[in-house]
Each structure stands twice: as structure tokens, then as C-alpha cells.
Write a protein that binds this ligand. Structure first.
Ligand code: ADP
Length: 178
């Protein structure tokens, strides 16, 4: 677990499950283009949210790499889900640009809806094959760049599924403030 304060706003990294972030107003889904259940984060989010989420998502699909869309959270313990389509590494090029766009668009969308807290998984680092170190660098640099300009978002959390993933994000977070 690592936490830093940036201009009065909190950025933190912890190990956990994105479907169990009860204290966060919005959680981010590492979605597929069709916004449907699948493996990884999308599977976990849809199974915790229940069938109402699939129904709400259907008319919004497909989405493009880098895009973020908002739905209700249904049976999840949050108010909203922000669905982002990360780039498939080495296919949706330039991947670093599209990955940064996911974080930027998700944060700007949250802010425009008055959302104060957003929890992200490590988008694209599972089935989409993005190397974790580079994904962490892009994720944290983008949050650091975008967060100071937002009015409503005051807390951003990265929820990492594995201990080593949490280590990589936490050390990168701490090194960005030096
Ligand atoms: P993508 O298709 O964008 O790569 P995945 O869902 O396959 O998305 O994986 C993204 C990351 O989320 C991976 O590092 C994976 O280990 C992690 N992950 C999988 N399930 C969960 C969960 N329930 N909570 C948080 N992170 C998860």
C-alpha cells in the first residue's frame, strides 16, 4: 500500500479486488469493446453487478480504444462504473497513447459527473498483454498530469490484484513524487 498527496488530493495503490471498493464512488472496468462480461476485471464486475449492468451497457457498445463511458453500478457497492477499453498491446498503436487516453478520459468523465473518488484496475495488463512496468508508468504519469486540473475528483486509487503488481505500482507512485 502506498499513498501520496498531490495538491490536497490523494493517489494510492493497494492490493485488492476492484469489486470490493465500498468506499469509492466509481470503479473502472477494464472493458471489452462490446461492454460485455468476459474474463478478468470485466467478468468480476459483471458478476458482482448483476444482469442489470449488461442491459444498461448493450446500447452503449461498441466503444473504441481509449474511450470511457459511464453506467450505474447496479449491485456493486459503488454509485457508478466507468468502462474503459484499453489498447491491445502491440495492436492498437501507439499503445502508450491509447492507454493514457483511458485514464484521462475516465478521470475527466468522472469529474464532469461530480464524482469525488475513482478506483482503477491496471487496464490492459491482463488479457491485453501490456507490460506491467510500462503500464504503471503511463497510468501514474497520466493521473499526476490530469488530477490537479479536476474540480471534483479528490481521490484516485489503483487496485492491484497480485502482490507483485501492487509492488510495481506502489514503488512507481512513490518515485513520481520525488
Ligand atoms: P485487459 O483486458 O484490459 O488486459 P484484464 O481484466 O484481463 O484487462 O486485466 C487487467 C488487470 O486486472 C490484470 O492485471 C489482472 O490481473 C487484474 N485483475 C483481474 N481481476 C481483477 C479484480 N477482480 N480486481 C482487480 N484487478 C483484477
Amino acid at each position: 500500500m502506498a499513498q501520496v498527496e498531490l495538491n490536497g488530493k490523494i493517489v494510492e495503490c493497494l492490493r485488492g479486488d476492484i469489486t470490493r471498493q465500498d468506499d469509492m464512488e466509481a470503479v473502472v472496468n477494464a472493458a471489452n469493446a462490446q461492454l460485455m462480461p468476459g474474463g478478468g476485471v470485466a467478468g468480476a464486475i459483471h458478476s458482482a453487478a448483476g444482469p442489470g449492468l449488461v442491459a444498461e451497457c448493450r446500447p452503449m457498445a461498441p466503444i473504441r480504444p481509449g474511450e470511457a463511458v459511464l453506467t450505474g453500478a447496479h449491485d456493486l457497492p459503488n454509485r457508478f462504473v466507468i468502462h474503459c477499453l484499453g489498447p491491445v498491446y502491440g495492436v492498437d498503436e501507439p499503445s502508450d497513447h491509447w492507454l493514457a487516453e483511458c485514464y484521462r478520459n475516465a478521470l475527466e468523465l468522472a469529474d464532469s459527473k461530480g464524482i469525488a473518488s475513482v478506483a482503477f484496475p491496471a487496464i490492459s495488463t491482463g488479457a491485453f498483454g501490456y507490460p506491467l512496468e510500462s503500464a504503471a508508468e503511463i497510468a501514474l504519469a497520466t493521473v499526476r498530469q490530469v488530477l490537479p486540473g479536476l474540480e471534483n475528483v479528490t481521490r484516485v486509487r489503483f487496485v492491484l490484484f497480485g502482490a507483485s503488481d501492487e509492488q510495481v505500482f506502489s514503488s512507481r507512485l512513490l518515485s513520481t513524487i520525488e
